[in-house]
Design a protein around this ligand. Structure first.
Ligand SMILES: Cc1cc2nc3c(=O)[nH]c(=O)nc-3n(C[C@H](O)[C@H](O)[C@H](O)COP(=O)(O)OP(=O)(O)OC[C@H]3O[C@@H](n4cnc5c(N)ncnc54)[C@H](O)[C@@H]3O)c2cc1C
Length: 433
């Protein structure tokens, strides 16, 4: 048994870890687990969806083989532990790109499927599961299921966004998308007020593939922020930016993100970027994955770790709900540096428990101050629930069960596809087993 943490570093509880590197040996590995297990990719989820304290973690990052790539059709077959970073580096020079990626490329294909991750282009291309041709699922009883939108579609819909609870994904076939190169034509604009945010988001939907905004949540309900949008562009051959990778080398004794540091930091970030606003050419890594440049940045939050609170609320209720949430956060004094506000498009999600749905999503990081932080979350939960919204399980470590049940109306249907040999911290907390 060894201590394992997820990205939020809230706990480091003991787990039995089993490396699953060889596809041929996985069935034995699952069958022989004395304790219920769950797959664990890169542990980039913030809470307990990828943890199983007291039980087994099947460490799948060793399933890292690219199996086939057709550079005429853009179809890629790979094992489930392959990193999105490695797919991008293989495919982009050959004229193809992953259609959907989250804000870090250091995640596995299996993790991206199990949380049905979204990127900055949901309004155009939906979520990760929308681009899967098929996947291979191994159940703990040894059954192998090959499923996709046209083959065992119910198993596919349960497994995409299925939080690792339907089996271990061993392999996937992904349809990549044509791209001219690694460059994006980007535009950054400052905005004042949430109405301005929604106007920019609506005006950008038709012509811009990627949209996202950073919002200063300490500015109160008015919401001052920076809106960023981008389109892939053929910028011809040009020198690639020099990679500047830094590491947060240690865990400071207290969180560096605190009441004293946040206000000046947010102010400085806003003014610096407002000054730089305008059109620019950006490399995909710096636009899509800015946080990957500082590895282990999660250590900044000190020994108690941090929470991410990501909600989505329907568009009709969005303006008022986001305003109320920002006001509650500003009032609490516990603001967030990394506050991201973005609209999701009007698309039906591929998974029964997929997070992305039409509406507006707000994601905020908070240092863990125990009860004080939980009291703020209770206020935010009430706003999300009243607005008919939901919380993202990939980021969650504490949502109440009632909010999970109301946010995910297909939960009862999903339960039929669960693998009885699989359990996680999150499944026990929110589903009882
Ligand atoms: C900086 C940062 C930015 C992020 N930005 C976004 C974003 O923009 N959009 C977004 O949607 N998410 C985002 N995330 C969350 C992240 O994309 C997801 O949590 C992702 O699922 C993590 O993948 P992982 O490989 O680390 O999987 P883990 O976190 O280890 O596991 C996640 C889930 O996948 C399951 N799983 C993993 N491998 C398998 C497998 N082979 N078979 C079955 N189940 C499996 C696990 O059991 C667990 O339920 C971000 C995270 C970070 C740290």
């Amino acid at each position: 048994m060894i201590p394992v943490s997820s990205w939020g570093r809230l706990t480091a509880l003991a787990h039995q870890t089993v490396a699953v590197n060889d596809p041929a040996g996985i069935a034995d590995c699952l069958r022989q687990s004395a304790l219920p297990g769950v797959a664990h990719g890169m542990g980039r989820s913030y809470g307990d969806v990828c943890l199983n304290p007291g039980g087994t973690l099947w460490m799948t990052a060793g399933l890292d083989h690219l199996i086939a790539f057709d550079d005429v059709s853009g179809r890629l077959v790979c094992e489930a532990g392959v990193l999105l970073r490695d797919i991008q580096r293989l495919a982009i020079p050959r004229g193809w790109i992953l259609p959907v990626t989250p804000g870090t490329q250091m995640v596995t294909v299996g993790g991206a499927i199990a949380n049905d991750v979204h990127g900055k282009n949901h309004h155009v291309l939906g979520s990760f599961g929308d681009h899967l041709i098929s996947l291979t699922l191994l159940r703990t009883d040894g059954q192998v299921l090959h499923c996709g939108p046209g083959e065992l579609p119910d198993w596919f819909a349960a497994t995409v966004g299925g939080l690792g609870l339907t089996g271990v994904i061993v392999q996937a076939e992904i349809q990549l998308r044509r791209v001219a190169g690694p460059w994006l034509d980007t535009e950054t604009m400052a905005y004042a007020g949430l109405e301005a945010f929604f106007e920019l988001a609506d005006a950008s939907e038709a012509d811009w593939e990627h949209t996202v905004s950073w919002i200063d949540c300490l500015a109160g309900g008015q919401g001052r922020g920076l809106f960023m949008r981008a389109n892939p562009v053929d910028a011809g051959p040009r020198p690639l930016p020099r990679a500047r990778r830094l590491t947060m080398p240690f865990v400071p004794p207290v969180s560096l993100v605190n009441r004293l540091s946040l206000r000046p930091f947010n102010l400085a970030y806003f003014h610096l970027n407002q000054w730089k606003a305008g059109r620019a050419l950006a490399h995909y890594e710096s636009f899509f994955y800015p946080l990957d440049n500082l590895s282990q940045w999660n250590r900044m939050y000190g020994p108690r770790g941090f929470y991410q609170y990501q909600s989505v609320v329907p568009r009709e209720a969005g303006l008022d709900a986001v305003r109320e949430m920002l006001a509650a956060i500003a009032q609490s004094g516990d603001g967030s540096f990394l506050a991201v506000l973005k609209t999701f498009g009007n698309r039906q999600a591929p998974g029964m428990l997929s997070f992305a749905r039409p509406g507006v999503t707000l994601a905020l990081d908070f240092p863990n101050h125990g009860d004080r932080t939980h009291r703020l979350f209770e206020r935010l939960d009430a706003i999300v629930q009243a607005a008919g919204g939901r919380i993202y399980a990939a980021k969650d470590a504490r949502m109440p069960r009632a909010l999970f049940e109301s946010g995910y109306p297909r939960l009862a249907e999903f339960q039929k596809y669960r693998d009885p040999g699989i359990s996680s911290g999150l499944s026990r907390r929110l589903m009882g087993n």
